[in-house]
Design a protein around this ligand. Structure first.
Ligand code: HH2
Length: 405
């Protein structure tokens, strides 16, 4: 029998966890509904609040039994504005939303935004990704995107699959290894790389997409920021556009994707591949990455890309130091605020090499660790070179995530 004097800590990280534990001790259904929002806590950051707004937030959170952290000089009006950390249970934060609805100035609008935020963090998102004829059920299963670089100079597999027949062989090997998506790229984006001409990119990519789509009925993605390359690849059978510039380089790519009902991957990058690793720096890493991705999503949707046709990617290695990359993986769940499925591409990248002091060919274990951790942190698509071992790792992590004992 359990010793009543041995209290222990439970890990409650989801609604489901909360309900299960209450059911286990015999709480009635009504009690479970009432207490489930009280069981989990959340911290919400409000940037740049005016001093009156900060006072309202502090008072209301205290009245609800929570609290709000503000700048030390708010009390003496020694600052014009302050960031605010709202801390409380879901129940208290929902109470705040209610109270803000009858407050003056910008408070009701802030309340609505907090309500949206609570909605996106309060339940497991049922993400699907529509890509022309394909519907990828990302809620059910993490998808593995296999990299097929048809380039002479990619950082890890450059030159290996330049001939279309070699590329096709490689693709079919990935299919045997149970890849979900194949991402065909005709231009390296490794740090310091220079762009190739559009004609060269077309010559590399289109024949491979065409032949692959004849051999395989799964979703083919094209790794390009050029509207014309995306258009030709789609005509040749691609159903997804992976744009490392998040449609900033050639905004016309958004309408190409929208028209074809292709899926898009919008990736964060600071700078351009030619210069991005010179001195990457951020004042607020996750704040900047999420704001960038939200803006990219808004632009894509404004151009007609469907809300369920967009995935986001924090861009591991694109204008980031090793520390930045590690922090992004650790704080990956924060990207839920954007409301789209997350893709992560850590495969064989330099941050793994610098952590382990290993060359690109010896980064498999490091890649697998980064993939496992990313999936545990909420990534729903992983972009990798080593499909077979990654599929095995992903299946095991998924099983842990969905265990319900
Ligand atoms: N990384 C690379 C290229 N494309 N696309 C997305 N969405 N996310 C990534 O992290 C990403 C990407 C760079 O890796 P690789 O394709 O292996 O190398 P190269 O750019 O040298 O061809």
């Amino acid at each position: 029998m359990t010793d009543v004097l041995s209290p222990r800590v439970l890990l409650i990280s989801s609604r489901e966890d909360a309900r299960r534990e209450m059911l286990r001790i015999g709480v009635c259904e009504g009690g479970i509904d009432a207490m489930e929002p009280k069981i989990r806590a959340i911290v919400v950051k409000v940037a740049g609040a005016s001093i009156p707004a900060a006072h309202v937030l502090k008072q209301q959170m205290l009245s609800l039994g929570g609290d709000a952290a503000v700048h030390k000089d708010v009390i003496t009006h020694g600052v014009d504005s302050t960031d605010v950390l709202l801390m409380g249970t879901y129940r208290q934060l929902r109470g705040l939303v209610e109270k803000l609805s009858w407050q003056p100035f910008e408070m009701p609008a802030l309340g609505e935004r907090i309500a949206d935020l609570l909605d996106s963090f309060d339940s497991s998102p049922r993400h699907v990704l529509r890509a022309r004829a394909h519907t990828l059920d990302l809620a059910r299963r993490v998808h593995v995107m296999g990299i097929l670089n048809v380039t002479p100079d990619s950082f890890s597999d450059g030159g290996a699959y330049e001939r279309p027949s070699a590329a096709l062989d490689r693709a079919m090997t990935m299919v045997d290894e149970e890849v979900d998506i194949i991402d065909v790229g005709g231009q390296s984006s490794r740090p310091g790389s220079q762009p190739v001409t559009q004609d060269e990119e077309l010559t590399r990519v289109v024949p491979v997409v065409e032949r692959l789509s004849q051999e395989w009925s799964g979703p083919i993605s094209v790794d390009t920021y050029r509207a014309r390359v995306a258009e030709e690849a789609i005509k040749a059978g691609a159903s997804m556009v992976n744009d490392i510039t998040a449609m900033r380089e050639e905004p016309g790519i958004a309408s190409v994707a929208a028209e074809a009902e292709a899926a898009v991957v919008l990736m964060h990058m600071q700078g351009t591949p030619a210069t991005m690793q010179e001195d990457p720096s951020y004042d607020d890493l996750m704040g900047e990455v999420t704001a960038f991705l939200k803006d990219a999503v808004d632009r894509a949707e404004a151009a007609g890309v469907g809300p369920d046709q967009i995935a986001i990617d924090p861009g591991i290695g694109f204008g980031k130091t090793t520390e930045h990359n590690l922090a992004i993986l650790r704080r990956l769940p924060e990207l839920a605020v954007v409301g789209k499925p997350v893709l992560v591409g850590p495969s064989r990248k330099r941050f793994i090499g610098s952590l382990l002091d290993l060359p690109v060919d010896d980064r498999l274990e490091g890649t697998l660790a980064a993939v496992a951790y990313s999936v545990a942190q909420g990534a729903r698509i992983v972009r990798v070179h080593d499909v077979a071992p990654v599929v095995r790792v992903v299946r095991v992590v998924e099983a842990c995530l969905t265990s319900n004992e």
